[in-house]
Design a protein around this ligand. Structure first.
Ligand SMILES: Cc1ncc(COP(=O)(O)O)c(C=O)c1O
Length: 377
């Protein structure tokens, strides 16, 4: 229950696409490709983005080796040693070492049911300005089905965030791998769709839509920023072989039907884990996510998530302790959280995993402990 891997049974059969690419497009697919990504795929991403209200064009899209490489390239473009970055507390744990490797300092802000706390960011910016200190270089967020909290930012909060970025001239990095994995409710415009001044770098990926192993993602921004990112992409371009396979799959119209299957499958998994958690672990509290891969579990305040994860491993269930998701090293963070993922395991494994988690929980439970009553922040 720890990983953001796909459910093995839902991975698409790409044999026909791979065969076609290796026959019809053999010479292009097996050579170095264009650094920015193959034009057909960038065109396709452009039209896909348009269905979300994002008006972009192929010259404003860079294909990357997954979203993580896009994050890394944006850091290479924007960050100098000692610059700061704003992010939610908690945040996506892989973004932390990426940002840190560029010498970033972290400014953590809160998050509630409406999303990232924009008022808090505004007061931090005002204070930095008063003190004559530099503003952060960007605000990093996962507005859809956040990793790890599962929360989705409301439209009005998104608008405030984009307005704040434009007012202060600070970029936003919108990392959005789970946008289409929505189980209920209607979708909300991406930040990039309400960003007339191009402060948003929108990061997308086929990892959660098709398969993580193909390593194909993208970033879209202004033509000028994309041109600079292309210069910084020093790997001779992402693999034309996997890009062509992705393009064959998408251009044949298979992505929508596949996404529907993915959503239906993960909705079942989500329901299964929520019932199992309610049955086996009534002591914990959670906000049930309406999409994505993860649930952030608040443990009673006396229970340490690190201890629970360790004990879980001994009982044969793997979960991630909440401590992995906090960026700033010099701040005391709550210890009573863990993250569970429901996509990779089978429904029966989910039941068994939660049963083992409950057994681990009872082993680390150390009375007396306080009653928990607060909502997830
Ligand atoms: C918020 C977030 N960003 C990016 C990624 C990674 O995407 P990719 O596989 O495209 O590098 C993940 C995967 O778990 C994620 O949760």
């Amino acid at each position: 229950l720890d990983s953001g891997h796909a459910y093995p049974a839902i991975l698409p059969d790409l044999t026909a696409e791979a065969e076609r690419v290796l026959t019809t497009y053999r010479s292009q697919a097996l050579q170095y490709g264009p650094k920015q990504g193959i034009p057909e795929l960038r065109e396709w991403i452009t039209s896909y983005s348009r269905t979300d209200g994002v008006s972009t064009s192929a010259d404003r899209v860079l294909v990357t080796n997954g979203a993580k490489q896009a994050l890394e390239l944006v850091c290479r473009l924007l960050l100098d040693e000692g610059d700061s970055v704003v992010m939610t507390s908690p945040t996506y744990f892989t973004a932390i070492p990426i940002f840190r490797s560029f010498g970033a300092r972290f400014i953590e802000v809160g998050q509630d049911e409406q999303g990232i706390d924009v008022d808090q960011i505004a007061s931090i910016f005002a204070e930095l300005q008063r003190e004559g200190r530099p503003l952060p270089k960007f605000i990093y967020d996962v507005p859809e089905f956040h990793n790890p909290t599962g929360l989705t930012t409301s439209l009005s909060r998104r608008q405030s965030l984009v307005d704040l970025a434009a007012k202060w001239g600070v970029y936003i990095v919108e990392d959005s791998p789970y946008r289409r994995i929505r189980f209920e409710g209607s979708s909300i415009a991406p930040l990039k769709a309400i960003d007339p001044e191009d402060y948003v770098f929108h990061v997308g990926t086929f990892s959660k839509l098709i398969a993580p192993g193909i390593r194909v993602g993208w970033v879209s921004s202004s033509a000028e920023m994309i041109a600079r990112l292309v210069q910084l992409k020093a790997d001779s371009g992402s693999s034309p072989l996997t890009q062509r396979i992705v393009h064959e799959f998408c251009a044949a119209g298979k992505l929508n039907a596949h996404t529907e299957r993915v959503v239906a499958t993960y909705r079942t998994h989500r329901d299964r884990i929520v019932s199992a958690l309610r049955r086996e672990l009534p002591e914990i509290s959670m906000t049930v996510p309406s999409g994505g891969y993860y649930i952030w579990l608040r443990l009673p305040s006396g229970i340490d998530g690190d201890e629970l994860a360790k004990q879980g491993a001994q009982e044969g269930v793997s979960v991630l302790p909440g401590s992995k998701f906090y960026a700033a090293a010099d701040i005391e963070h709550p210890k009573n959280f863990i993250r569970v993922a429901y996509t990779h395991a089978t429904p029966d494994e989910i039941d068994e995993g939660v049963r083992r988690l409950a057994s681990a929980f009872h082993a680390v439970e150390s009375p007396p402990r306080e009653q928990h009553a607060q909502p997830v922040p």
